[in-house]
Design a protein around this ligand. Sequence first.
Ligand code: AHG
Ligand code: MN
Ligand code: MN
Length: 337
Amino acid sequence: MSSPLGVTVTQHLLSQQEKQKGATGAFTRMLNELILSAKIINREVTKAGLVEILGFTGERNVQGERVRKLDEFAHDVICRRMAQSRYICVMGSEEDADPIEMPDGVEKGEYVLLFDPLDGSSNIDANVSIGTIFSILRKQSGGVDYQMSDLLQPGYSQVAAGYFLYGSSTMMVYTTGNGVSGFTLDPSVGEFLLSHPNIKIPERGKIFSVNAGYWDYWHEPTKQYIDFLRKPSEDKPVYSLRYIGSLVSDFHRTLLYGGVFLYPADTKDPKKPHGKLRLLYEANPLSFVCEQAGGASSTGNRRVMELEPEHLHQRVPLIIGSKHEVELAEKFYRGEM
Ligand code: AHG
Ligand code: MN
Ligand code: MN
């Protein structure tokens, strides 16, 4: 029986925990620390807009504190809170080139956290929704200290994944492998309340989401696929193009409305032949959520969650959304269309 609307995310986590034989509560307490971090980030994200409007220099805020870039702020909040949670053995963040070890003296736990502290941050000045993406793995190596292999696990090893979306309302969407649930923050009580139980992505949609400005840098299969989607024909709906430029927002709309989001491989930057998005803390967590909601996620040639990661900030082409549109894309990449 799914939880009733309005139940808090903590109650939801506890009800999931009760179903896990031998659960110690460590996962629930660890995720609660992440949720608190998101509430703190949400507060700052909102205020940052205010600072902009009031025309402060942006170098110092009203309390005279140094206003750091929101990415760094979000990164620091998560690092600090998760380190003190005692359930993490190592973290990987978009904002740190290296794995983040626990401070000396802090008890290390069995979980690995990979995260994009602030996704879409180039949009904050335009007041466009941004988010935090997280992926949780279980430590596999023996001993207390981590190995690089603990971070470089394929997406199907994730024990949980999801995102926070700081938008017109602030939401949390997550999965632990038993479906996808969405919660909306009620700022008056500071709680995430269940608003989207058991999210299922439509089998097919009418929206494709890609930065069409890069058309000339795309490989042929991408051009043929997008050309096919946009061409009117009897046996398919007319597709709209929607692109916010904030992955969490573009993905969230795709999850709820259906269709497909792509950030394909391109020739724009020889240093980034596989596109811009990172496997470990953008593609894998959103792929877990999407598959759990009945969708699919591919590089065009392979299921994203089967890739064996080679390094922390590895980039990967991402085609994610409704099964119909993703499987169609794969046909173009296999040369079958
Ligand atoms: P981040 O802010 O974490 O670096 O991520 C930005 C990403 C992602 O949010 C979005 O899908 C993509 O950048 C947009 O890239 P383009 O501007 O190249 O389309
Ligand atoms: Mn990002
Ligand atoms: Mn980011």
